[in-house]
Ligand binder design. Structure first.
Ligand code: UFG
Length: 332
């Protein structure tokens, strides 16, 4: 079986991709330091505990694995934290990617799928964001991911490494089999926070800004189901292993949903009231980020199957309820 080396394979998007890889007949080998990933998310394939900042450990792991390709998810991804600790983001995201490219070159591994982000675009004016929309990241997180993309693209020239950089919009939802899902500590993402309110794990949800220039005044995002993202990664890998060329692609549904749209969907699907409070805008939040996903459709024949907001929230809810509802047993 073809081995795929997956850094960050115990994290949210990484673990869903590992499951999809295994279902597609590949043998994933996870490399993760479990700083934000979960040990119980490694269910398909083996894991090596290690940190991408440790060049020697990473090189040894790749030498031992002898993969045909690499998927690189290991990174820090909180915008607010990146503003407070920019050097940490450079170290983990840029330093880690550099170590990875060195280790791949040393072992003659020539194909890389990279976990990138819409944060590289910053606050674009475009209604739909295409791959050639101007890139102006507004924070160190986006800056480091853009720098990684450039480093990766440059590796084609001196090291012959072909790559697909996948720029996710808002990854959301959970594995439809309810085996894995979204769980960050601390949680800052909209959907798990709403579901926590539905479960009574928090009192209410703060709506960050109700005066954006959008139809209902709340910020609009392109939520894309994590299982659809996982399928795109497998398609990108197949593309590279067939000798396909280097690409950078947006992954989104092409549809925008406002914060209020998501709350409405959650109220309907959970039959819970979900209390809200109005709060000031969160610094750095753009009013609207929606992808033009045409290029991914064309180059990878990628179609979203579960990325309508109702299916996303329903899948997230099924997993969230299973993970966070305490088991109640009776002595009687
Ligand atoms: N929001 C609230 N209340 C909350 C949490 C979020 O109103 O308690 C709002 C945010 O202000 C934003 C929207 O819900 O308008 C979505 O917020 P998330 O934190 O879920 O996601 P972001 O759009 O901020 O961030 C995501 C990824 C980032 C990536 C960014 C740009 O998590 O890694 O998309 O693509 F950088």
């Amino acid at each position: 079986m073809k081995k795929i080396f997956v850094t960050g394979g115990a994290g949210y998007v990484g673990s869903h991709c590992v499951k999809a890889l295994s279902q597609a007949g590949y043998e994933p080998v996870v490399f993760d330091n479990f700083s934000t990933g979960h040990r119980d998310f490694v269910r398909w394939g083996t894991a090596i505990v290690g940190d991408v900042r440790n060049a020697e450990a990473l090189a040894r792991a790749i030498e031992k694995t002898q993969p045909v390709a690499v998927m690189h998810f290991a990174a820090l991804s909180l915008v607010g934290q990146s503003v407070e600790q920019p050097d940490l983001y450079k170290d983990v995201n840029c330093g880690g990617t550099r170590n990875l490219l060195d280790a791949m070159a040393a072992q003659n591994v020539k194909a890389l799928v990279f976990s990138s982000t819409a944060a590289i675009y910053g606050e674009p004016n475009a209604d739909l964001i295409s791959e050639d929309t101007e890139k102006k990241p507004g924070n160190p997180y986006g800056e480091t991911k853009l720098a990684c993309e450039e480093m990766i693209r440059a590796s084609e020239f001196d090291r012959n490494i072909r790559s697909v950089c996948l720029r996710y919009f808002n990854a959301a939802g959970a594995d439809p089999d309810e085996e894995i899902g979204e769980h960050h500590l601390p949680e800052t993402h909209l959907i798990p926070i709403i579901l926590d309110a539905a479960l009574g794990r928090r009192e209410n949800i703060q709506i960050f800004g109700n005066d954006y220039p959008t139809a209902d005044g709340t910020a609009v995002r392109d939520y894309v189901h994590v299982s659809d993202l996982a399928n795109a990664h497998v398609a990108a890998l197949d593309h590279l292993l067939k000798g396909g060329d280097t690409l950078a692609l947006n992954l989104g549904s092409g549809q925008g949903a406002s914060v209020l749209d998501v709350i409405d969907a959650a109220r309907r699907l959970t039959s819970s009231e979900i209390q809200t409070t109005d709060s000031p805008r969160r610094p750095g939040d753009p009013p609207r980020l929606v992808a033009n996903p045409e290029a991914a459709r064309e180059k990878l024949s990628w179609q979203t199957m579960r990325s309508d907001i109702d299916t996303i929230v329903a899948d997230a809810w099924a997993w969230h309820r299973k993970r966070f509802t305490p088991e109640i047993t009776s002595e009687e």
